[in-house]
Design a protein around this ligand. Sequence first.
Ligand code: ASP
Length: 581
Amino acid sequence: MYRTHHCGELNASHINQTVTLCGWVQKTRNKGFVIWVDLRDRYGITQLIFDAERSEKTLMESAKNLGREFVLQITGTVIERASKNPNIPTGDIEILVDSLTILNEAKTPPFTIEDDTDGGEELRMKYRYLDIRRNPVKNNLIFRHKVTQEVRNYLSSINFIEVETPYLIKSTPEGARDFVVPSRMNEGQFYALPQSPQTFKQLLMVGGMDQYFQIVKCFRDEDLRADRQPEFTQIDCEMSFVEQDDILNTFEGLTRHLLKTINGVEVGTFPRMSYDEAMKTYGNDKPDIRFGMAFGELNEVAQHKDFKVFNTAELVVGIAVPGGNSMSRKDIDKLIDWVRRPQIGAMGMVYVRCNEDGSYKSSVDKFYDQTDLAKWAELTKAKSGDLICVLSGKTKAVRAQLSALRMELAERLGLRNPKEFAPLWVTDFPLLEWDEETQRYHAMHHPFTAPKPDHIELLNSDPSAVRANAYDLVLNGNEIGGGSIRIYDKKMQALMFDHLGFTPEEAKAQFGFLMNAFEYGAPPHGGIAFGLDRLVAILGGQETIRDFIAFPKNNSGRDVMIDAPSPIDSMQLNELNLKLK
Ligand code: ASP
């Protein structure tokens, strides 16, 4: 037996017991006649003591030579500590060691294994196994485990069955590029790694599984944005004989269960807001509703004077920054520079100071009087002491710019409290989205999403007006889940492919299997998938998903520890019938 206890469990009740522990050397303190060693494992730290009076000479010698991160097995007696450490559970005791085995030596780690390490991101990634020894990373992985365990408990308790679907499949379009895997036995043919198990979970519904879930890896070969991973994990779910409300209620239940069991937070019924309303009110389809600063559209009260910038704009829209009038002229100028940065792209910003005495002072006083500005204040719900920031231009662009400004100001004002949770359903997403580049419509969610039944007629006349029973679950400004009610009728699916620009032959070649299945009694069904990595990060009160993934890829999609991707040798290439250019 390697050990009788782990390093986090011994306390005063164990005094005088003989114990055997294993672990890593966190640090040693050598006072000459006494040597202390902090021994660490996943569960905690236990202090070991070697002393010249009570320990054998050879043992003292070995203890002197212990380096950081050596792997030890020790046997000794639990004794009361002279100076106790109330900060750790084992702080009342130490182990007077009488035998020591070095199970393995260790090179000095390239960064300190401490909560606040001196290691940079890239170095920690390269030695991720050492990084995992640090509490913050270790605790995140344990936290993730708890979340997945609760997901499994909850869904299993309400009749969901976890079913595995294959990783070597045929492409499923979810808006990204596929990672492909060449088939050695089928020259010139490739598998694709799933962007999601979408078609399989629908086939499971045709197969009568009724309620499915899976905690599953998905792969998307996208241009990497900050904090995106080419492989990530979803909680993927599907249900039969359901309407949108059934799905929202079920997964509101799951989310509430997680917030309660993981965070100890009780939240009420999640608000629901249509996509159109979210765009109008927050300029964003995943609004953070922990704070206000709702948009006020000002066209009607700002386009009647000689101010050309506003008169030629499609949308004039503003937000009231709480307490913003305390900003100096210089601060406001900096804010204007901030919205004009290319990443945000606004042309400029008009502002109105709402003075304590009820008067207004704006950057466009030349054009607008107090009555005009009072109307702006009313529409943006500005109070005295606030600052109204107004942007104008093309609707889509201006909304995105003002939304970015709203988030930035909320961040600066400390309104994005990670301990507060404000979930929200955004519903009624557009079915289709016009793509300028390819000059055609794309499915906004995916091609299996059903249009709202009374919108089907619009498909020909006004495709962009068609709304779908598609929904996102938003938490604190992040999309944590998304799904839809599906098409389950072969003809409707064929019509959809047609609208997406597939010829009948292409549709058959790519999705014949699904359309065939629809001919054998497909039930009405719908589902949702949560992004597990992000969900875990948010529940953990953090923003970066990398910190909650055991072995993440870096920002360029590389695993710097195993050095992947990497070339393969020519024999392997030949076998796969692949030639490099
Ligand atoms: N497959 C979808 C996705 O990955 C989720 C769903 O529609 O259930 O976003």
